[in-house]
Design a protein around this ligand. Structure first.
Ligand code: AHR
Length: 301
C-alpha cells in the first residue's frame, strides 16, 4: 500500500495489509496443531495480515513448492517452520534474490546461504534436552535408556538429542529409533524397541505424542508405564500433562507452541524495515508428577 490512512485504496482492496506466506511443516502432533491455531489467530486481516497458510504434511518437497509459490505470488514476507535443517540452499537463495524477507519459526535451518532469514522465533531445543537429561541423571541414574527420536534431521531432534545425550552419557543409552513426532509411529517404534532392548528401563521421547504412543506399546506388552519403564518427554500438551498426573509419564519439559503474537510482531517490524533481534527464544518450564489438575485443566492445548 501507499496511503497513510487505514482505509483500503479504491480498486486495490486490502493493499494496506501485509501479504504473508506461511509454510507450516505439518500437523503431526498436538503441539503442531496448537502452534497452527496460534499462528492463524494472530495473523488475521484485523491485525493487518493477508495470510496464505500451507501445510506441507511433513514433506520437504511440499514445503519447497509452497515457498516457490509464495515467491511467484509476490508476498511481502515469508514465514516458515522447516521440517528438517538441511536442503534449503536453493530455495532460500531464490527467496533472497526475490528480496523477500524470511521470518523463521520454531525449527532451524542449516544452510550455506548467507543471512538466510531476518529473525528466528522458537524454543531452545538443546536446553530442553539438557533439562530432560538432568532429571534422568538425578532421579534415575542407572536407567537403561531408549531414545524415541523426532523427525531425523529436524532441529528439534538434533538439538534435543545433543542436549540430552551430553548429560546422561552415551553409555547409558541402549538404543534409539525415530517415531517422526507422531503417536502412531512412536507406538510402532516402541513395539520394536521393546523386542530389541528388553533391558530398557526408561524412554526419552522427543515429544508427548510419541510418548503417548509408547504408553500403548508398553501396556500392550504387559508392563507398567511410569514404573517398569519410566517416560520423559518434551512439549506439555494437555494429554501429555494428564499422562504425567496419571503416573504414566515421569517428567515433561515444556515446549510452548503459543507464540503467534510474537510472530505477528516480528512480521510487522520486518515489513516496516525496523530492527529485530536475530533470535527470540520462547520461554519454557518443566513439570513432574506433582503437577496439579488445575494446571492441566487450564492448558489451552
Ligand atoms: O519443532 C517442535 C516439535 O515439533 C514439537 O516438540 C513436536 O511436538 C512437533 O512435532
Amino acid at each position: 500500500g501507499d496511503g497513510d490512512d487505514n482505509s483500503t485504496d479504491g480498486g486495490d482492496s486490502g493493499s494496506e495489509n501485509i501479504k504473508v506466506g506461511f509454510s507450516q511443516l505439518g500437523a503431526e502432533s498436538g503441539w503442531r496443531t496448537a502452534n497452527t491455531e496460534s499462528v492463524k489467530a494472530s495473523l488475521t486481516a484485523e491485525n493487518g495480515i493477508d495470510l496464505t497458510f500451507v501445510d506441507a504434511q511433513q514433506k520437504q518437497e511440499n514445503q519447497i513448492k509452497a515457498l516457490r509459490d509464495f515467491i511467484d505470488q509476490g508476498v511481502d514476507v515469508i514465514a516458515f517452520s522447516p521440517v528438517v535443517e538441511t536442503g534449503w540452499d536453493e530455495v532460500l537463495q531464490e527467496i533472497k534474490d526475490a528480496e523477500i524477507p524470511v521470518v523463521l519459526v520454531d525449527r532451524t535451518v542449516d544452510t550455506t546461504v548467507e543471512d538466510p532469514y531476518v529473525t528466528w522465533i522458537g524454543a531452545d531445543f538443546k536446553q530442553e534436552g539438557t533439562t530432560a537429561g538432568e532429571w534422568v541423571k538425578e532421579n534415575a541414574p542407572d536407567a537403561k535408556i531408549f531414545e524415541l527420536q523426532g523427525t531425523l534431521g529436524s532441529g528439534a531432534q538434533v538439538d534435543r538429542e545433543e542436549g540430552f545425550d551430553a548429560v546422561v552419557g552415551a553409555e547409558n543409552i541402549v538404543g534409539k529409533a525415530s517415531g517422526n513426532f507422531t503417536r502412531a509411529e512412536g507406538k510402532a517404534a516402541m513395539e520394536a524397541a521393546l523386542q530389541a532392548y528388553p533391558d530398557m528401563t526408561l524412554v526419552f521421547a522427543h515429544n508427548d505424542d510419541m510418548g503417548l504412543g509408547a504408553i500403548e506399546a508398553i501396556e500392550a506388552a504387559g508392563k507398567v508405564p511410569g514404573k517398569d519403564i519410566q517416560i520423559v518427554t518434551v512439549d506439555g500438551v494437555r494429554d501429555g500433562l494428564q499422562a504425567l498426573k496419571d503416573g504414566k509419564f515421569n517428567y515433561v519439559v515444556e515446549c510452548n507452541p503459543v507464540f503467534g503474537d510474537q510472530i505477528l510482531d516480528a512480521i510487522k517490524k520486518v515489513d516496516a524495515g525496523e530492527d529485530v533481534p536475530k533470535e527470540t527464544i520462547v520461554v519454557d518450564q518443566a513439570f513432574d508428577q506433582t503437577i496439579t489438575q488445575e494446571t492441566i485443566d487450564g492448558r489451552k492445548y
